[in-house]
Design a protein around this ligand. Sequence first.
Ligand code: KIV
Length: 272
Amino acid sequence: MSVSKKEYKRVTVKSLVDMKQQGEKISMLTAYDYSMAKIVDAAKVDVILVGDSASNVMAGHETTLPITLDQMIYHASSVIRAVNRALVVVDLPFGSYQSDPKEALRSAIRIMKESGAHAVKLEGGVEIKESVKRILNAGIPVMGHLGLTPQSIYKFGTYTVRAKEEEEAEKLLEDAKMLEKIGCFSIVLEKIPAALTKKVSESISIPTIGIGGGRYADGQVLVIHDLLGMTHEFNPRFLRRYMNLYEEMSDAISRYVSDVKSLDFPSKEEQN
Ligand code: KIV
């Protein structure tokens, strides 16, 4: 099966639209720090998302709500220093864009200016239309995010699949069309039925990136800690683990502890 159709030295928002037109699937992964981003970029992932999932996997919060704009900028600047090829998209965190469009623009400008990121991502549809428009008018590329939008978890009350009912599915489709119309370059579709992902992806010309949205999205995104098997207690149906890093790391660290205790480490050869 063909994987890559064209060599992209530097992935841009235009490259992603080209990939959709060429039928090439888009790969997206999260990263939050320099060392991880360097590996992800070297492996030719197309888009690196500095997701507000940093609130969960980096800071240990239960939800994405507590992470601040300053903290997102810190993570994004570390990632940007590592990246040569990927497009770097940064989440606007909860509370940095919901009040009004001016606040949204100020937050997006801070991310772009202080981290050097290439684009921002915002959660929501028609409710945040004016904010998205204002950010786009300032020349900042915007990725949308529909379906299970984790910043609204307390409204949903559960992390289960969204838009199973017709009314919610119709609204999602309308929101996707609206985000395309006002100028977003791509939309994340999180945890929705595969049939709806297909319908949305076929209805708009900008690429959709799925997480728990099935195989019909124009690309896929995962949280890097999940893909590597570091978050071993998190087992959603959509997750494919490519490693069991939790076990491998635990084993390596236990062996280190044991070597230190037994005076095996450092050996004569490992001292000056
Ligand atoms: O914050 C994040 O990691 C995300 C992805 C799950 C899409 O928004």
